[in-house]
Design a protein around this ligand. Structure first.
Ligand SMILES: [Zn+2]
Length: 244
């Protein structure tokens, strides 16, 4: 990435976007990967971000080190780092090939906490190699682990087909997407712990919200949970009995 390209991109985006208090910079990788974001760009990036109350970037746990501290020191605003835990299911985590163990994840979380950097965690609901009747259990254990690591927020992502790797696993019988009910119960569990904010990732949620009679109301309910962190009554449906 040429020097100056990323600050220029951020500046361009900020001109298009409405005013906001928080800003997320997700680069489909790790912000602290020096191949992705040149550290010499940090001062210019930080200057653009300082008007915000909170800055959220994503990173692989292995890259929480000196670059992260250097970037934090340039910011006069709260830094939050989002890390993908995916799952605490031991076999599934290994097979997902994220090159991180739970011990390494916890150690990275500890380094963030020691530097007063907030932590956001991504958890997959029903990842590959986790069967559907165990999916809720592993989502719950993953939420517990994330909050044990002092996460301020956990985003639950219903594992999606539609990229090449997941499609191949699905054909091989190693992956099925979660149903909406499993996803709802996972979100409700996280909220009910009262240990931090929990968000339902609703991108393409229509793919798992398959009952045409109740999907609109159930998606609206999840949006409401995201905004209020309160669990409303379950949507009842005489067609799918809420099991879609
Ligand atoms: Zn229904």
């Amino acid at each position: 990435m040429p020097l100056g390209a990323i600050p220029e991109q951020i500046e361009f985006a900020l001109q298009q976007l409405p005013p906001a208090r928080h800003i997320k910079l997700y680069n489909s990788g790790s912000f602290f990967d020096i191949q992705a974001i040149p550290p010499d760009d940090y001062p210019a990036i930080a200057a653009l971000l300082n008007p915000f109350e909170r800055v959220i970037v994503e990173s692989h746990p292995a890259l929480i080190g000196d670059q992260c501290l250097r970037f934090r020191d340039l910011l006069s605003t709260q830094l939050e780092v989002a890390m993908g835990l995916e799952t605490v299911h031991p076999e599934a985590l290994e097979k997902l090939n994220k090159r991180v163990t739970l011990e390494q994840f916890a150690a990275a979380a500890k380094r963030l906490r020691e530097q007063a950097i907030d932590l956001r965690v991504f958890v997959l609901v029903q990842p590959p190699f986790v069967c559907s009747d165990e999916a809720l259990h592993w989502a719950q254990r993953s939420l517990d682990f994330a909050f044990d690591c002092n996460a301020n927020a956990v985003t639950l992502i219903p594992t999606r087909a539609g990229n090449g790797a997941m499609d191949l696993l699905q054909q091989a019988g190693a992956f099925t997407p979660p149903d909406l009910q499993t996803f709802e119960r996972s979100v409700e569990y996280g909220i009910s712990r009262w240990r931090g904010r929990v968000f339902a990732d609703l991108w393409e949620i229509e793919r798992i919200a398959t009952c045409m009679h109740c999907n609109t109301a159930r998606i609206a309910r999840l949006e409401h949970i995201n905004l209020t962190q309160i669990i409303p009554p379950v949507v009842t449906c005489e067609h799918c009995k809420g099991a879609a």
